[in-house]
Design a protein around this ligand. Sequence first.
Ligand SMILES: [Zn+2]
Length: 104
Amino acid sequence: MRPWVTPETISVDSTKRSREPEVVELRPAYAWDCPECGRGHFFSALVPEYSADEAEDLLDEYDIEPGDGGYFVSVPDEVECSDCGAKFPTELYRAIGPKEGDDQ
Ligand SMILES: [Zn+2]
């Protein structure tokens, strides 16, 4: 396979040549849509820091094998729409597996 950009077409900006590419940090977030007014809401989620003992307790509590990767995220049990004022309890989105309250 050949590159389709030939050396003659490459423009090199000498101010950017020696710099490392800037990296941005992606943070977890949560979103929800208000059932009353239909507005969407989007927030950054908190990622609490834990001691090794607290992390071990959380892994036990949620039946997670150490080394499975990931992190715990703090999200609200209830949300209030900033547009219409309606309040709703929350549940976590699950792409796989039953939702809370589903019969198994
Ligand atoms: Zn609303």
